[in-house]
Design a protein around this ligand. Structure first.
Ligand code: FAD
Length: 418
């Protein structure tokens, strides 16, 4: 393999052209930084590892407006199915979110980043990263570094070199870039889910304006199966389960699909698999010359596993802090620490509370789920779905329902305390 001699120099290099990386790059380019995005894939947004659901609030937080080209299905609520097949339907009159066509959505983010002045290189895989002080130390025994990073990037059977003062690692759940720069982003298996999904067509039997979630230890241990409708008769049909389960996510998904009359004769037009970091938040999301955002920084909602919106928010914040670092010409871990602090204020603390909520939900048995589904009336479900109940009102409602189940009351109390 050839090795290029003269490295290209950039203000900031973003590794990964997913939602986190593209938003970070847009923020930086908007602030007039010279920013390069590298991605190992041959096409942005493809293959997707995602059910493509995005709530309306997430659009607002990331300054995005839904566009019919990629926000392909309006979603007005959810239908939750208990293990015995009983369901609670929570449908709003208003649109609460969308199912996206991520391939088009992410290309749109990429076009915007480039329009702002960023440069993107596809089929460029980061295979090595070293701080210049390490390089100098190796060649000259010099302990004093200038704080630059050199990235080794494999592209078209060549190793190219790129230099920068700051790397933003947005390289997803299997991120190696942060580890190469000595930030430990190892996943905790107990806080990791395995996801498996088919995009299916020729299917029926579900309301196409709702997300459908199916619970039960036999259906999806520590998780759920889903139908996220995309267009008429087409949907993402998937599963997320604890990564430590003995049987695979595919095993549970195939088994469940066979039990669903509207799905079992459908055709699979795409297969997706991926790992979801649903907890195990990082206490430090920076090191010298490094910030980490999106899945690479475990920025995912621990209850439902959604990460597109949170990744974009993380990317935007990383871009803002990077601009401050450029202005101050300071890329030290100490200076960049404000990123972790601001992240926890912005979203991280909320996600930590959601993680506690998930740990409480994990204590529910199939019988508890069945009981809840039986006790909530259609009117109450609509009230919750329409957002007409505060958290305290919801607590009172559940307490009333659960008075015969002391264990559930304890769980609810703990949830409300946070
Ligand atoms: C089955 C499944 C279903 C999901 N469903 C939803 C959902 O419905 N809604 C939702 O909000 N979230 C969902 N998620 C989570 C969501 O997909 C992620 O949280 C989101 O994609 C994170 O964005 P990101 O930019 O951090 O990382 P990614 O989108 O993973 O992007 C990382 C990029 O980095 C690149 N890369 C990696 N290593 C290197 C390297 N060494 N050099 C160069 N490039 C590299 C990759 O090619 C990739 O393009 C789901 C996840 C799974 C697995």
């Amino acid at each position: 393999m050839n090795e290029e001699a003269n490295p290209e120099v950039w203000d900031v290099i973003v590794v990964g052209a997913g939602p986190a990386g593209l938003k970070a790059a847009t923020e930086l380019a908007n602030g007039k930084a010279k920013v390069l995005v590298l991605d190992r894939k041959q096409e942005i947004g493809c293959p997707k590892r995602c059910a493509e659901g995005l709530g309306l609030k997430e659009f607002k937080r990331s300054n995005l407006k839904p566009n019919k080209e990629w926000a392909v299905q309006e979603i007005k609520g959810a239908q939750l199915y208990s293990p015995n097949g009983k369901s609670i339907k929570m449908k709003n009159k208003k649109v609460l979110g969308y199912v996206l066509e991520r391939k088009i959505f992410e290309k749109e983010l990429a076009i915007e980043a480039v329009r702002m002045g960023a440069k993107i290189l596809m089929k460029h895989q980061v295979v090595g990263a070293k701080r210049k002080e390490d390089l100098k130390r190796e060649s000259e025994g010099d302990e004093k570094g200038t704080g630059e990073v050199e990235l080794l990037v494999e592209a078209n059977d060549e190793i190219k070199k790129f230099r920068t003062k700051l790397v933003i690692a947005c390289d997803g759940v299997d991120s190696l870039t942060a580890k190469m720069l000595d930030l430990n982003t190892k996943l905790d298996l107990r806080e990791t889910d395995s996801g498996y999904q088919y995009e299916m067509t020729g299917i029926s039997g579900y309301d196409e304006n709702l997300l459908h979630l199916y619970f039960g230890t036999g259906v999806a241990p520590r998780g759920y199966c889903w139908i996220f409708p995309k267009r008429k008769g087409t949907a993402n049909v998937g599963i997320g389960i604890g990564a430590f389960e003995e049987k695979t996510a595919k095993y549970y998904l195939d088994k469940w699909i066979k039990t669903q009359s509207g799905l079992k004769d459908g055709s699979i037009i795409e297969v997706n698999a991926g790992v979801i970091p649903v907890g195990g938040f990082l206490e430090e999301m920076q090191a010298d010359n490094l910030l980490v955002a999106g899945d690479a920084g475990h920025m995912v909602d621990p209850v439902h596993g959604g990460g597109i919106g949170i990744a974009m928010e993380g990317g935007i914040l990383a871009g803002k802090i990077a601009l401050k670092a450029l202005k101050a010409n300071n890329f030290s871990k100490k200076f960049l620490k404000q990123y972790t602090k601001e992240w926890f204020e912005l979203r991280g603390n909320h996600l930590k509370r959601r993680l506690k909520g998930r740990h409480l939900l994990e204590k529910l048995t199939d019988d508890d789920f069945n009981y809840l589904a039986e006790s909530i009336t259609v009117e109450e479900a609509i009230m919750i779905g329409e957002g007409n109940m505060t958290k305290v009102e919801q607590g009172k409602l559940f307490a009333k329902k659960l008075f015969t189940r002391p264990k559930l009351i304890e769980i609810m109390k703990k949830y409300l305390k946070d």
